[in-house]
Design a protein around this ligand. Sequence first.
Ligand code: PMV
Length: 362
Amino acid sequence: MSEKDFIPRQYSNKIEKGEVTWQSPSNIALVKYWGKKENQIPANPSVSFTLNNCKTTTRFEFLKKSEKSETFDFELYFEGKKKEDFRPKIQQFFERIEKYCPFLKDYNFKIHTENSFPHSSGIASSASGMSALALCVMSLEKELGSNEVNNEEYFYKKASFLARLGSGSACRSLEGELIEWGEHENISESSDLFGIKYPFEIHEVFKTFQDTILLVDKGQKQVSSSVGHNLMHGHPFAENRFAQAHSNLDKLKEVFASGNLEEFIAIVESEALTLHAMMMSSNPYFILIKPNTLEIINKIWEFREATKTPVCFTLDAGANVHVLYPEKNKAKVLEFIKNELVVYCEKGQYICDQVGKGAEKL
Ligand code: PMV
């Protein structure tokens, strides 16, 4: 599919007003997206687990304007209170998607959002937030009635396509359990434009994988992800890094099918450290991990060696640590986390999550 396929031909219904609510989860990348081209096109393919508990709920109210105007008109509420800080991000999102959703200037919108995870936990809400909003826009498009949108596959593809224009990794948050995004020569359905359900065999162990997120640093990110992605332009290791992501996706095919946890751990931890190595070796360079991030990593390695429990870590563009492990090891790993890792978390806070099935319309 190409971008043109997402430009609607015509709508058959007139909709005066209504509302829709979607709840959409966050996701955690196993092969990381870091580096992008124009129009939110990823420099390399990535794959992620969709999460279950960290999610955004967005209620989207729409009321037709008496006359079409030349502006996007919307009010934003976060946890019940007006929130002006998010305006520029939503304005930019509407500008980027207008070509594909030409009805946006016909309506006044009220957008109410809330997150299930604590505000300022250092957990990015852009993936869950942008995917929820993209799904709301698509529900309105569906009511307006175009031929294509009644097809469920098209609905999700276009919603993922729109979410990507809001925040790249948001395109991986709509469905479960494993989502791939970005062209890869050995994944024929793959696309730079939207995420797809991982199309090959997935071993049962990965369908209930656990992710306990240790909140090491709840502060604001020092570097926004857009700035971070841009630092891959002209990065001395960029081409090798992009090639490595392709090769790690190839290696994961066998791992996802067989449930080979040793190999899974080796790829996932290497991806996390490579992401941070790219940040440390860009110009300008920066370090987002904290001393406690390293303490936790070392403790996980010691515990894994001593107990042979298949537990590993991954990182986002921040100091927090995602601890990944099979459901059957849950009791033992949670005990380890409580006894040995919680001391490294800010205010002892952590979030228990696991692989989920994707967004839901409420
Ligand atoms: O979606 P963005 O632009 O916030 O980028 C997210 C990048 C990482 O979280 C670091 C990696 C990933 O693939 O999710």
